[in-house]
Design a protein around this ligand. Structure first.
Ligand code: NI
Length: 356
């Protein structure tokens, strides 16, 4: 069983997993199409704290999924080997845990391949699943060619360090097919102490605890697709990201008399990457400056965190309101991650018109 499970998650070392084919998922395990399954996932390890967590999981006979940081694995290889030996699933969480969408495609490749290599050196196998740090990904991350596994239950354990909050947050968000995010770093000992109780609570509520490959089986996972729960494995094509929208051509924009569309997302917090809710702006006129305004529920900071230019024109990004301090220019289809307060679509002759 252990060998079968590892084979599901990890490809042989000899295989350089530049997968363009669909990744296989796990063997016949619990039938999560029938049972109410939940996958517990632990990021950013391994660490010294992982040992006690593995003891607790073994005592409870639960297998979890660990999204491993390559540099951490080199510090704590014994814990990583033990994760594999005890039948837990292993995924790649990059080499050094950066915001991948802020990096160039070459840097993204280096980070993800670096994490994969570190895991392969220690375990002898290459992970097929990738979880981008902070859930922060771009087209380059997706084109690395592995299924991306995010989560739908956020414990915020890294923020509050409160076992009671871990239990309460899971209870409030969990549903059949959920993927729960926690962290097995050394400064997370307090919330890891909640795990035995969490397992008891979930089982008492009727849940079966499984690894991510078991949760998503028997669906074929698609390289570059994004999975947040079991439901998204059943229909990944129905979960397009805002970035997937096809930009209109310049000719189409011209015919419509507008510059086109700029998408942006607001940060939900300094450390959590782009927010789920995105704003879509249609019909900007060339030369028009657009100051960003915050959704009503959000805080006072009026910055966007992530933008994609879906116009057929270059879009200038500015760090001050009224397009007064240009920080970057996005070519058609380009993406930018970072604080932006206003933006402007360049006119057809390539020069920005005055702010209106
Ligand atoms: Ni992380």
């Amino acid at each position: 069983m252990i060998l079968g499970l590892c084979a599901a998650v990890l490809a042989p070392t000899a295989r350089v997993a530049r997968a363009t084919e669909a990744a296989p998922v796990g063997p016949a395990g619990p039938d999560c199409g029938r049972l109410a399954c939940v996958a517990l996932t632990f990021d950013d390890g391994p660490s010294e704290a992982t040992s006690a967590l593995l003891d607790d999981l073994a005592d409870a006979r639960v297998r979890a999924t660990f999204f491993v940081v390559g540099d951490q694995a080199r510090w704590w290889p014994t814990q990583l080997r033990r994760e594999v030996a005890e039948g837990h699933a292993i995924g790649n969480h990059s080499l050094t845990h950066p915001y991948l969408a802020t990096l160039t495609p070459a840097q993204v490749h280096e980070e993800l391949l670096g994490g994969e290599n570190a895991i392969a050196e220690i375990t002898g196998t290459r992970p097929l699943l990738v979880r981008p740090p902070y859930g922060n990904y771009s087209a380059a991350v997706r084109s690395f060619g592995h299924p991306l596994v995010l989560w739908d239950v956020e414990t915020l354990d890294w923020q509050h360090h409160d076992p009671a909050q871990v239990l309460a947050r899971v209870a409030a968000q969990v549903r059949p097919g959920s993927i729960v995010l926690m962290h097995d770093t050394q400064n997370q000992l307090d919330t890891l102490a909640a795990v035995p109780r969490l397992i008891r609570n979930l089982r008492a509520a009727g849940y079966t605890l499984v690894t991510v490959p078991e949760l998503l089986a028997p669906h074929t996972l698609v390289p570059g697709a994004v999975y947040r729960d079991r439901a998204s494995a059943a229909r990944p094509a129905e979960h397009p990201q805002p970035w997937d929208t096809v930009p209109p051509t310049a000719a189409e924009d011209t015919a419509a008399g507008v510059a086109g569309t700029v998408l942006w997302q607001y940060a939900s917090g300094a450390d959590t990457g782009p927010a789920e809710a995105e704003t879509v702006e249609h019909g900007l006129r060339p030369g028009e400056c657009r100051n960003l305004t915050q959704p009503p529920a959000a805080a006072t900071d009026t910055r966007a965190f992530a933008l994609r230019n879906l116009t057929g024109h270059t879009v200038e990004l500015h760090d001050r309101r009224d397009c007064t301090e240009a920080t970057a220019a996005l070519t058609p289809g380009g993406e930018q991650y970072g604080p932006v307060r206003s933006f402007r679509v360049r006119t057809a002759d390539g020069t920005p018109a005055a702010a209106r």
